[in-house]
Write a protein that binds this ligand. Sequence first.
Ligand code: SF4
Ligand code: SF4
Length: 438
Amino acid sequence: MNILTKKKKGVEFIDYRSRFCDDVLTTALPRIVVLPLGYGKIKPANPLVHEGAAVKEGQLIAKPDNRESIPLFSPVPGVVKDIRKITLPDGDKQSAIIIELSGTFNRKSASPDLSSYINVSPEELWKLLYARGLARHSQPALPPYLFMPLPGKKAKTLIVRCFPNQPWDNTESIIFRNMYREMMIGLHALVRTTMPQRLVLFLEKDADYQNNSEKIFADSREWGVPTAIMPADDFYPSAHDFMLIEKTDGTRLKYGDIPAMMGYVIVEPSTLIDVYNIIAFDRPVLEQLVSVGGDAIGQPTVCKIKKGMPVFELVNIKELSLKTEDVDVFWGGPMTGYSSDWLGSPVLPGISAITVNKRVRKPCPSVCIKCASCSAVCPRNLEPMLLYDFIESSEVEKAFKAGLGYCIECGLCSFVCQSSLPLSPVFSQALKEVNQHE
Ligand code: SF4
Ligand code: SF4
């Protein structure tokens, strides 16, 4: 992958986004959809259908089992072919409902009705969003109970990240540019739902920054919430939740902290579009937008797809001009995305990009040459080589004393390591193990 500049606290990549189509491509319908009952931080729901059952578009097919699961709806009309365990790209094993497309779409074309959401209470709005299957489009995906305060409670700060997270991810920028009106209606509904004391929007610092800022101030003037616009830093991993919170008010969170429990609601335009569709059409979340890019894709494009579309169907769409079959596929961007050889795994909220790169042979790890590249780029001012040494010599406590708990698992240290040491994966494993024992 090409790097333009290494800088203190991050890495700047060449501008992949300029290679994207300006328009959103609505893809053809997938032949099957794969719908795990749980994914990301969303706990499994209970299936309401059985193998062989016919389902309609928008039909409830699994109901929540607890607060951290969400209802699941069929994005297409079809027949349930199977309900079986699959392995998701993050390694999680989940039962999934697999639906084969058949039958017809009988949804009447509806115009948006925005009169009703203005008159319902914040608590009712919260419950409506939950009941229609809203999940936050972060990685990993979050159920409402993990990214919003409890129904009727007020948030401290609502943060909107209107810029992309990784190279080859253009989804949030395209939504901001092409679907601004819908996004702002979704934002107003979320302001009404979470009643924040402060609203902060992070915008790309491009030529339109001033115009976009003025437009947002004009649109949000009536909402009664002090609003700030902040320029996004143009290097990776400035879009991470913890980095945004630190930039907003100086609070430094550590591993295991849940922003919503501390009063922060963080969302992206893609989540706001789901909020808009729920309140404007009173329908569940059935579609999503995803960037498909990478050096094996001839025409990187943001695609509008049915939720649960398998990646093998998506990357073979002719408009994307796949250049070779010998590829590495990442669910997410190439820095923190998950890779898997099973291309039947679906695209779901939480995955804003599919990155398809020509396959490369990974170099074998060697010994640390003390070049300090890893500490130069670490956005959390950590000394990755020191943390790695501590963990490898089973001195995990010392690693925590040296700041391991503040690692955001961004993968930059591993990315720049000249000895190809698996720094970030080792940190993630150590953090996970300690979290499980607490
Ligand atoms: S993975 Fe952790 S240690 Fe490595 S650069 Fe990112 S924050 Fe720093
Ligand atoms: S980048 Fe790799 S080789 Fe260089 S100091 Fe860090 S761990 Fe050692």
